[in-house]
Ligand binder design. Structure first.
Ligand code: IFM
Length: 425
């Protein structure tokens, strides 16, 4: 056995997002989306984990495990329920929550936008509305003025690529349910501008802030015919947002798996042509992306392990994406802000953590400035259009009673955090 030591001051944490855990987030676009006829949401978020009221015990539980950081999000729909009307009671709520995190001895990391929009923003077109970046920055300013004396780590926008790809190209059954390449591109531009203005607002009010975006990144691979399409997709889903992060204080990496892109030779030729022709791309890509050609499942070797999400079980994918950030943005601080697995077998989660950390440790040794590892998720929660069936939690939540049960993986990650090292065979 040997011990792999992590750098002094390494952040060891778990993450949640407001809509997925708080409950009763009724002023948001997702609340409406879950109820929209024809929307393929198996569950409604409802009371979620009742974290809005139960955060004191949840925060205490996370700290008792040995974790030293908690990443959570502030809900824009609560803080600004109507255009320009800010609810001081909600800002006070998040301030009290932040105080609880600090009192428990943990470092807070606050996400300002994690997938949900206030209903009034969605009604104006969401990220397609030219005024949204400015409105987002105004909301960021209010939150940072309320919490900025207590919070150093800020994530402006969570997984902008997923927001655009999932809701505006229609790849993931996310609101607003648009399905065209033009909307995808415009939403991406809006999200980047929102980040830019949000970042300025954070820096203006919190001088010691360390701010960035958190990026959904895959370890992509492709067959020869699929390579140009894979590179195009990766560029649109990841690189454009990483390029927009060049001035950020850190890059948040969130990786769950490897995505293979397999296309046959004929489709490869067609896609190569379509990449340059907007109307053709608009017609072709949404069905291809939603359909089987890019679905990881057929490309994964028969018998290979899958997670409940259907992803290839590949914890080490996170090291590949961290390496990619280091190549694109050399010297930039990196934090793994999400890494986790949906499974009913908690031994798999322990394995996922250990294999992921072992691979990450090698990147630290190779010189990448990795500053922290934050696991997704603290609690079993509402997995968007996949509902409550996906169990990502270090802590299990009984849906009927809201009782919390710390899983062995929670104790395991806490012990690693306390030791600041991973013991490997
Ligand atoms: O639950 C999500 C989270 O909201 C964003 N990143 C991926 C997680 C697991 O799918």
């Amino acid at each position: 056995m040997s011990d792999l030591a992590f750098p002094v001051g390494f952040l060891w944490g778990a993450a949640t997002a407001a809509h997925q855990v708080e409950g009763d987030n009724s002023g948001s676009d997702w609340w409406d989306w879950e109820r929209r006829p024809g929307t393929p949401c198996p569950d409604r978020s409802g009371l979620a984990c009742d974290h809005y009221r139960r955060y004191p015990q949840d925060v205490a539980l996370l700290a008792s495990l040995g974790l030293n950081a908690y990443r959570y999000s502030v809900e824009w729909a609560r803080v600004e329920p109507e255009n320009g009307r800010f609810d001081q009671a909600q800002l006070d709520h998040y301030r009290a929550m932040t105080d609880a995190v600090l009192a428990a001895g943990m470092t807070p990391m606050v996400t300002l936008h994690h997938f949900t929009l206030p209903r009034w923003v969605a009604e104006r077109g969401g990220w397609l509305d030219a005024e949204v970046p400015g409105r987002f920055a105004r909301y960021c300013d209010r939150v940072v003025r309320a919490l900025g004396d207590r919070v150093t780590w800020w994530c402006t926008i969570n997984e902008p690529g997923v927001v655009a790809f999932g809701g505006y190209l229609g790849a993931l059954n996310f609101p607003p349910g648009r399905k065209d390449v033009g909307s995808w591109e415009r939403a991406s531009v809006g999200l980047i501008e929102g980040h830019r203005q949000g970042l300025s607002a954070v820096r203006a009010s919190a001088s010691r802030a360390r701010a960035g975006m958190t990026h959904s990144m895959n370890d992509w691979e492709a067959n020869e015919a699929g390579r140009p399409f894979m590179e195009w997709l990766r560029r649109r889903n990841e690189d454009v947002f990483l390029e927009a992060a060049a001035d950020d204080d850190f890059v948040g990496v969130q990786t769950y798996t490897r995505v293979p892109v397999r296309v046959n030779a004929a489709l490869g030729v067609l896609l190569r042509v379509a990449l340059g022709i907007r109307p053709l791309a608009s017609a072709l890509f949404p069905p291809i992306i939603r359909g089987q050609s890019l679905n990881p499942e057929p490309a994964i070797a028969a018998g290979s392990r899958r997670t409940q999400m259907g992803y290839e079980f590949l914890p080490e994918a996170v090291a590949a994406t961290v390496r990619r950030v280091a190549t694109l943005l050399p010297g930039k601080d990196v934090i793994v802000t999400e890494h986790g697995v949906a499974t009913d077998d908690d031994a798999e989660r322990v394995e996922f953590i250990d294999r992921g950390l072992r691979a990450l440790h090698a990147e630290i040794v190779a010189g990448i400035p990795l500053r922290g590892y934050i696991h997704w998720s603290a609690l079993d929660n509402f997995e968007w259009a996949r509902g409550y069936g996906m169990r990502f939690g270090l802590i299990g939540v009984d849906r009927a009673t809201q009782a919390r049960t710390v899983r062995p993986s929670g104790h395991h990650l806490g012990a690693i955090a306390r030791a600041n090292s991973l013991t490997v065979p």
